[in-house]
Structure formats: C-alpha cells, structure tokens
Design a protein around this ligand. Structure first.
Ligand code: AMP
Length: 281
C-alpha cells in the first residue's frame, strides 16, 4: 500500500493502473477510520482492481463553531487499518494541496435536497461537500465511488451531483455499520463521555421502536413525536426528527416505504442516524 500526499504523486501512482485499464474504486473519508469506513473499502475491493481511500478533513464543509480544529486526525492508525483491508493507495493531501493559496472562485451548490434536514442547521455544509467531492473525483478519476448510508442526505446529494454534471462515476451506497448496542459508528462518537456513550444508543432504539409502531399502525405524526420525547427524556437536544420518502420527498402518512431521520446533540456532540422502513405488503 502506498500513501500519497500530493495530486502529482497520486496521478503517478495511478498511471499504470489507468494504462492497464484497471477498475479504480474510490472511498472519500475524513479519517479516524472505523468499521463503517472499512466496510466501504471492503465493498470497493469486491468491485474494483485498485482502491484509493482519501483522508482529508475538509475545512470548507465545517461551519463556524463546528469541530474542524478538534476533528480527530489519526493517519498512522488509519494506515494500519487500511493495509489490513487491502487498500491500495491512501491519498492524504494537506489543505494547501487541495485548496492552494489563491482564493477559490467556484462553488458547487446542489439545490432542493440540501435545503432542509442537515442543510438547515449546517448552512454551506453540502456546498463544501460537493466542492471537495468534485475535486477529489477529478483528481482520482475513479470508475466507482463508495459512500455510507449513515450520511443518507450526503449520498443523495452526491448522486444528484454526478447525474446533473454527467460525471462518469458509479456511486455505490453502503449500509450503516453499527456498534453492538445499535449506535451508528462515527468518528464523532469519540467525543462522547462514558456516560454519554451509554445514553447514545437511545437514538437507534427510538428508530427501531418507531419501526415497530409504524408496522402496528400508529400514525406517523405520533411516531415522530414519540421519538422526540424519547430522545429529550434521555437528555439529548433534538435538531430534527423527520420522515421522508427514500428520495427525500416529504411524506405525511406511512403509505409507502420511508426513511426516518434523526439529528440530535448529546452534550456538544452532534449525532445523526437514519432507518429505512419498508411498508409491509
Ligand atoms: P466521514 O469520514 O465521516 O466523512 O465518512 C466517510 C464515509 O464513510 C462517508 O461516505 C460516510 O457516510 C461513511 N460512513 C461513516 N460512518 C459510517 C457508518 N457507520 N456506516 C457506514 N458508512 C459510514
């Protein structure tokens, strides 16, 4: 496995793979890797000859007062984990390498689906994601790129971006990896105190309870209220609890498949999760 920190170095490393028409798979991450990230790499290994994983904490997708500075940077540990799952190339550029010293004059804004859910409380976040992912796609030029369903809205934004701009890349969504108690794995879980970590599984528990209730015929509005109450009672501060159709269109009644979304703060840590719920036929 190679680690490249410059765009030139990465291009040189990929040259022979491109010449041999090998399939290139790409997994963009911000590092501090866990099994959720590694599952993306495992999926990439199944479909592709060469797998590139980027590790880059992207400053422009963090809002003011968010955790850009404190975001965990653990490149050495990440490298060991990636070697074990067969990653071929790590691309770990500096901020300077990605954004240079000149001001950036181009923005990429995916409309509609970025306006609410996480877009509402994190203005500019999805523009920052769209810009960095586009840059990384142009740098790596992969055939396939892998994203987690943990960031469901982000995955939808990337699919839209690729479709709208005719990027010749197939986007693969990978299911959420969870800890044994149901908590969705996240680099931000490391911010939690021991006590908060014991509380956090209430997020997944409330989603599973909601699934049961919906299948038992409880009204969707009541189910959403129950989730909010469960989270508040456990000491979380709810950002949003919402139900959407799988394409993120609004839904008011459980009359077709839906996705439940939660964003909530536990202390200073913002956690997100979602659960896809199928209408039983
Ligand atoms: P991040 O490093 O948080 O930017 O995440 C990089 C990629 O890993 C994104 O596509 C995430 O959706 C994905 N990811 C993060 N956590 C999980 C998880 N628990 N399960 C599946 N994918 C995940």
């Amino acid at each position: 496995m190679k680690t490249e920190t410059t765009i030139q170095g990465l291009s040189a490393s990929l040259q022979s793979a491109r010449a041999a028409r090998k399939t290139i798979g790409f997994v963009p991450t911000m590092g501090n890797l866990h099994q959720g990230h590694l599952n993306l790499v495992r999926e990439a290994k199944k479909l592709c000859d060469v797998v590139v994983v980027s590790i880059f904490v992207n400053p422009i997708q963090f809002g003011e007062g968010e955790d850009f500075e404190s975001y965990p940077r653990t490149l050495e540990q990440d490298s060991h984990l990636l070697a074990d799952v067969g990653c071929d190339i790590i691309f770990a550029p500096t901020v300077d390498q990605m954004y240079g010293k000149q001001p950036r004059l181009t923005n990429i804004s995916v409309g509609g689906i970025t306006q609410d859910l996480c877009g509402q409380s994190r203005p500019g976040h999805f523009d920052g994601v769209a810009v960095v992912v586009t840059k990384l796609f142009n740098i790596v030029q992969p055939h396939f790129a892998f994203f987690g369903q943990k960031d469901y809205q982000q995955l939808a934004v990337i699919r839209q971006l690729v479709k709208d701009l005719n990027m010749p890349i197939e986007i693969i969504g990978v299911p959420i990896a969870r800890d044994t108690d149901g908590l969705a794995l996240s680099s931000r879980n490391g911010y939690l105190t021991q006590e908060q970590r014991q509380t956090a599984p209430v997020i997944f528990q409330s989603l599973k309870q909601a699934e049961k209730d919906l299948h038992a015929g409880v009204a969707l509005s009541e189910v959403l209220q129950n989730i909010k109450a469960q989270l508040s009672d456990a000491g979380l501060v709810v950002d949003y609890v919402e139900a959407r159709q799988p394409d993120l269109q609004p839904i008011n009644v459980f009359d077709h498949d839906l996705v439940l979304f939660i964003a909530a703060k536990l202390g200073n840590t913002r956690l997100i999760d979602n659960l896809q719920i199928q209408l039983k036929t």
